[in-house]
Ligand binder design. Structure first.
Ligand code: GTP
Ligand code: MG
Length: 560
């Protein structure tokens, strides 16, 4: 026996009292548990718990000064006779034709009015309600004040309506007195369909062997012993077992005393609900397993999902286009000016995708981000997304009981329809570096123009010299640099230097475009990761969060 079980054993064995406040707290926790798991787990598994929360709420709200005790048993066992004998009045007809009692009768010890709402809820017809005013007998009946005794129809009735009524009432009353007779105390239906179902209610179960006046003392002891053995098999070891007779008032004393104690205790309603709570919450424990770790959807799984989404969003193509765009703009700014115009005839690779038209910071609202012209994902990319979404769900579901798997799969898929648009927006919003113009581009661009100007100047100078010579005018005095005349040097040097400068810068532009690709890819992946987290991981986390809270709530429910 574990320490917890020992402590629990000591706690319940000392007096077995149920603390009302604690019970209410546990019921509230059950209600919270249901609120948390309702959207995620099958309804059928939660019906009993819902019914209990509802019933317990009503019972505790209604009179706590009354204890509703039902006399239940097979036909002819003597329920109505005992009911009348305990009330000392002929209230419920006793008959020879079986079954006799068709609708529940109630007898209230004390004024009827305060018990009426309780009886409305239990469902006893007003004409079947009787009172046992203690004023009639002085103080004889005072000890039973607060008792609401019900005489039920037979549970094994040939009348289906009787059985349904018994089953309904057995679910509502605070305590049950099972009335058995010497012939049918071992009845299979009684033990299997009823008594063993009350295992959690030994504290609110009394079994009486009625018609004991028909047996000798010895036989009574034998039958009682046999009955106790059967009850042990039913799991009702602690329930009191008494011999009674409705015909001999003296043989009712023990039952009367037991009922007086029950009424005085005012514990039956609480014990009944505590037993129900135990029974109802036990199957719920299979829905809860070990705690879900903080970060149940691990990084590797999110990365796999991001990879699949990035592929479908065309991150590689966009990053290539960003590199191309860098090269395009670098060439346009720093290339040999004569060829720049030709270059411009080709469009910027990013513009072709309708990207990079505005810097990302301009996009204030996601709604106004323009659509890209990226191709739709193909079948392989779509199936890769499906696989990785399923991987997120199954990774999250791994440590949880299987009943949570469908909820996690549904959660992972819940927003999948919005993912393509979200990815498109993420790509459109990503900062692809198109807004940046490095300073050196401007410097080199200016230099290129100066070189062109030098070449043009040199050319003009040469043409002028040639013209003067043709016209026979005095020639210009051309300065020389070494052996080369200055105008020729300006023309050829300007042209050559321009081309050389462009060639020299090419490796730097290449390096810059590689960097631009890397940066764009990082930016795009960051956007795609956000989409993965928001549209797939977040709904899964919500379920995991509900699981964690439900787990906590159930611990309170189960803490006796
Ligand atoms: N000797 C003897 N006869 C009893 C006792 N209790 C009931 N009887 C008789 O048993 C028969 C059935 O009694 P009821 O009180 O109508 O039994 P019941 O359990 O209410 O039966 P249903 O209403 O049909 O479910 C009647 O003839 C009673 O007189 C008892 O303690 N001793
Ligand atoms: Mg009857």
């Amino acid at each position: 026996m574990s320490l917890v079980e020992k402590v629990r054993g000591v706690l319940t064995s000392t007096d077995g009292r149920v603390d009302a406040e604690e019970l209410v707290q546990r019921l509230e926790s059950l209600s919270k548990f249901l609120r948390l798991v309702d959207p995620h787990l099958p309804d059928a598994d939660l019906v009993a718990a819902h019914t209990l929360v509802e019933r317990a709420g009503t019972r505790l709200e209604l009179s706590r000064d009354h204890t509703v005790v039902a006399l239940a048993g097979s036909t002819g066992s003597g329920k109505s006779s005992l009911f009348n004998a305990l009330a000392r009045l002929k209230l419920s007809p006793v008959g020879v034709r079986r079954p006799t009692t068709g609708a529940a009768h109630a007898c209230v010890w004390g004024p009827l009015e305060p018990a009426n709402r309780l009886l409305d809820w239990v469902g006893v017809l007003p004409r079947q309600r009787f009172i046992r005013e203690s004023a009639l007998d002085g103080d004889d009946e005072a000890a039973l004040r607060g008792l609401v005794l019900l005489d039920l129809p037979d549970f094994d009735s040939i009348e289906r309506s009787h059985r349904l009524e018994v089953d309904r009432l057995l679910g509502l009353v605070d305590q049950v007195v099972w009335v058995v007779d010497p012939q049918k105390y071992g009845d299979r239906i009684l033990h299997q369909a009823y008594l063993s179902q009350f295992q959690n209610h030994a504290g609110v179960t009394i079994v009486v062997l009625n018609q004991a006046d028909r047996l000798s003392t010895h036989d009574t002891d034998v039958v009682l012993g046999d009955l106790r053995r059967l009850l042990e098999e039913d799991g009702l070891t602690g329930a009191p077992v008494l011999a009674t007779s409705a015909k001999q008032p003296g043989m009712l004393a023990e039952l009367r005393e037991t009922l007086e104690k029950t009424v005085a205790d005012r514990q039956a309603a609480l014990r009944r609900l505590a037993g129900d709570l135990e029974a109802v919450s036990e199957p719920l424990t299979t829905m809860i397993g070990p705690p879900a770790a903080e970060d149940e959807v691990d990084r590797a799984t999110v990365r796999q999902l991001t990879d699949a989404l990035a592929a479908s969003a065309g991150v590689g193509a966009v990053a290539d286009a960003a590199a191309g765009s860098y090269r395009f703009r670098a060439t346009a700014a720093t290339g040999w000016p004569v060829l720049r115009g030709v270059r411009r005839l080709r469009p910027d690779p990013l513009r072709r995708l309708h990207l990079g038209e505005k810097p990302a910071t301009d996009a204030v609202s996601t709604d106004v981000v323009p659509r890209t012209s990226l191709p739709e994902p193909d079948a392989a990319e779509k199936s890769a997304i499906g696989l990785s979404v399923r991987a997120v769900a199954s990774r999250a579901a791994a440590p949880l009981p299987a009943v949570w798997s469908p909820a996690l799969t549904n959660a992972a898929r819940s927003r999948i329809g919005d993912v393509p648009d979200a990815l498109d927006r993420a790509v459109a919003k990503a900062d692809l570096g198109t807004g940046r113009t490095p300073l050196w581009w401007r410097g080199v661009g200016l230099l290129q123009w100066l070189l062109v100007a030098a070449a043009v100047g040199g050319l003009g100078w040469l043409i002028l010299g040639y013209a003067l010579r043709v016209l026979g005018l005095p020639e210009l005095n051309n300065p020389k640099v070494g052996a080369v005349p200055l105008p020729t040097l300006l023309l050829l040097g300007g042209l050559l230097a321009g081309v050389l400068l462009w060639l020299l810068l090419k490796p730097i532009v290449d390096w810059g475009s590689r960097r631009a690709r890397h940066r764009a890819e990082q930016q795009l992946r960051a956007g795609v990761t956000d989409v993965a987290r928001e549209y797939v991981v977040a709904p899964v986390r919500e379920v995991l969060n509900a699981y964690a809270q439900a787990r906590e709530a159930l611990t309170t429910v189960r803490s006796e």
